[in-house]
Design a protein around this ligand. Structure first.
Ligand SMILES: C[S@@+](CC[C@H](N)C(=O)[O-])C[C@H]1O[C@@H](n2cnc3c(N)ncnc32)[C@H](O)[C@@H]1O
Length: 232
């Protein structure tokens, strides 16, 4: 069956004109909202699990049903993979047994990221796979690059990979990183890897990736190494 996901339409033809100002405001601001109790509890349980794992961390932020968390854990048995999503409904979907080195956590990322930074977590890899695009120009502050939590995402460091079917989101995120810490990553379209089985099949990391690809949309990727980043 042919997937038919609509392409994103927006009045923006490039990065939002207010992006740099918003990123600088987030950098200079002192955002103090205390983390919600439920996310603090979820973070503490995840921290205990991670300590027990005693392996480098891969963070799968906004993991949805957690398929990417499972796949990343299978591909990286020497890493501990934590998938975080706020949707109980999505996390509850049955996609088989979780590998021992994977954990799904229900939490609000805005608080989870800040707690992770305060606890000096240093993910080896940090994935943001198909975040909600919020394509209306007025929705910039809802996109991660326009959100006050953005400096915490960057300060966590590691190798970050963002994927989206909206090129502008990816280019905007890259510009926001450059504004914050001067790092230049690589933005490119990509095609998911194929398996070696015959007939060849695409290996999708997430359901959204599959849906967009099978609808004929271009998938975009941004990769940047944020190791030892200084936010200036
Ligand atoms: C478009 S879906 C993509 C899900 C998955 N990565 C995929 O590609 O299939 C975006 C996900 O981000 C989650 N999300 C959005 N804002 C969040 C927040 N503040 N905290 C935790 N999860 C959030 C949503 O619940 C949703 O599952």
């Amino acid at each position: 069956m042919q997937a038919s996901s609509r392409t994103i339409t927006s009045s923006q033809s490039g990065p939002h004109q207010d992006l740099v100002r918003r990123v600088e405001r987030a950098r200079d601001g002192d955002w103090q909202r205390p983390p919600a109790a439920h996310t603090r509890g979820a973070f503490e349980a995840a921290a205990e699990w991670l300590e027990y794992q005693s392996r480098p961390l891969i963070l799968d932020a906004g993991c949805g049903v957690g398929l990417s968390t499972r796949r990343l854990a299978e591909h990286h048995p020497d890493h501990a993979v934590i998938g975080v999503d706020r949707s109980e409904q999505r996390l509850a979907r049955d996609h088989g047994t979780l590998p021992d080195n994977a954990l799904l956590v229900r939490a609000d990322l805005v608080d989870f990221w800040r707690l992770a930074l305060a606890a000096e977590w240093c993910p080896a890899w940090h994935y943001l796979l198909y975040p909600n695009p919020y394509p209306k120009s007025t929705q910039l502050k809802k996109r991660w690059q326009g959100h006050p939590v953005f400096p915490a995402i960057v300060a966590l460091g590691g190798r970050l990979e963002l994927r989206s079917n909206w090129e502008i989101y990816v280019r905007e995120f890259a510009l926001a990183v450059k504004t914050l810490c001067g790092r230049e990553g690589e933005v490119s379209p990509f095609v998911p890897e194929t398996t070696s089985a015959t007939p060849f099949e695409q290996t999708f990391l997430t359901p959204f990736e599959q849906k967009y690809f099978e609808s004929g949309q271009t998938l975009w990727r941004y990769r940047v190494d944020l190791t030892a980043t200084a936010i200036t």
